[in-house]
Design a protein around this ligand. Structure first.
Ligand SMILES: Nc1nc2c(ncn2[C@@H]2O[C@H](COP(=O)(O)OP(=O)(O)OP(=O)(O)O)[C@@H](O)[C@H]2O)c(=O)[nH]1
Ligand code: SF4
Ligand code: SF4
Length: 316
């Protein structure tokens, strides 16, 4: 069991914080859900604000900080944000679209970022453009620059009807360059049911393939995610974020919006605590109370019993 001061009613410790530092982005992915509901640039918190949040977090055993967006590297002060969190003892990783990674790689390596997830949904420039609106060459340049500086990289590959035929190529790419990879099932967030129906593709063929080519399989402590180890030691993790009680029962993560609200679950816009004032005032007592309230209120989105009920009613 992970040591933690903040444990919810379901026995789940809070050890991870996912911080959306901005909702701004220079890509336009067809499945984008922009991680939050509040997003003016003028209300984005500063590096010092995030340093305060992390200092309070680390004091409560929230050790892991994932910086995301929008696109986190769109912020020119992203390295300062990393520095603030690192300097209070947080472990920092970043999820990026990779378009500005080449510019930031050296500085991020100096700040000892733990790892960087780069979204790479296709190796075909035209398909990549259709999915993200971005330039594949630029993202690949970012990946290779980051590798030059010794950063640990993970590819994020969201499976869609448009790119599922590329799974073997993307797994080979990860293997060839010694990268880890998240293979992510599309979640129905921020899009109409029609769009979801059109874009969604299942994971079964990919899992069967990984069963064949891997040398070892285990479940990560974080959200119990199944992970396959390839002969070169690349780790390929399956991320099934929808209707997956196992993931939810092992969910140790809370989220922060760019303007300082604590969001207790990716799918719950009703479970949001406004911590902006406490952060701006550096009010330790008020922020501590909010963290404790978060632990009290949070709950798994998919519970084993609810899923059983909903599949019974779907079948009837
Ligand atoms: N249901 C659910 N899905 C999530 C959650 N966090 C991430 N996901 C899904 O996982 C995908 C990958 O997220 P990333 O930010 O790249 O990676 P990560 O999950 O933070 O984890 P690492 O790879 O260990 O750094 C997202 O696009 C979501 O689809 C979560 O808390 N709940
Ligand atoms: S890179 Fe991320 S934030 Fe930007 S459009 Fe794509 S999914 Fe959205
Ligand atoms: S759906 Fe909510 S409870 Fe489940 S893993 Fe995601 S954030 Fe955690």
């Amino acid at each position: 069991m992970v040591r933690s001061l903040l444990i919810d009613r379901f026995g789940r410790p809070i050890t991870h914080m996912r911080i959306s530092v901005t909702l701004r982005c220079n890509h336009s992915c067809i499945f984008c859900h922009r991680e939050g509901i509040f997003g003016l640039k003028s209300r984005e918190l500063s590096p010092g604000d995030w340093g305060f949040v992390a200092r309070m977090g680390v004091r409560n055993d929230i050790i892991y900080y994932k910086l995301t967006g929008g696109e986190p590297l769109i912020r020119d002060d992203i390295v300062d944000i990393v520095h603030e969190i690192r300097s209070v003892g947080g472990v920092v990783s970043i999820t990026t679209n990779g378009s500005r990674l080449a510019e930031f790689a050296e500085k991020l390596a100096e700040e000892k970022v733990d790892h960087i997830n780069v979204s790479l949904h296709s190796l075909k420039p035209d398909v990549f453009k259709t999915i993200t609106g971005g330039d594949l060459e630029r993202v690949l340049a970012g990946i290779f620059k980051a590798l030059e500086y010794g950063l640990k990289l993970k590819i994020d590959y969201v499976i869609l009807s448009l790119n599922i035929n590329e799974y073997k190529d993307l797994i080979s790419f990860a293997q060839k360059h010694g990268l880890d990879m998240n293979i992510i099932e599309l979640i129905p967030l921020g899009m109409s049911p029609e769009t979801y129906g059109k874009l969604h593709a299942g994971l079964n063929n990919i899992i069967n393939y990984l069963e064949k080519i891997s040398v070892k399989k285990y479940k990560k402590e974080f959200q119990s995610r199944p992970t396959y180890v390839l002969p070169n030691n690349s780790k390929i993790t399956i991320v099934k974020g929808w209707q997956n009680p196992e993931l939810c029962m092992k969910c140790t993560r809370i989220r922060m919006t760019p303007d300082g609200r604590i969001k207790l679950c990716i799918f719950r816009n009703d479970l949001v605590l406004d911590a902006r004032k406490a952060i701006l005032d550096r009010d330790e007592e008020a922020f501590q109370k909010l963290l404790e309230k978060a632990a009290l209120l949070r709950e798994p989105y998919f519970k084993p019993e609810n899923l059983a009920k909903s599949s019974r009613s779907n079948n009837s």
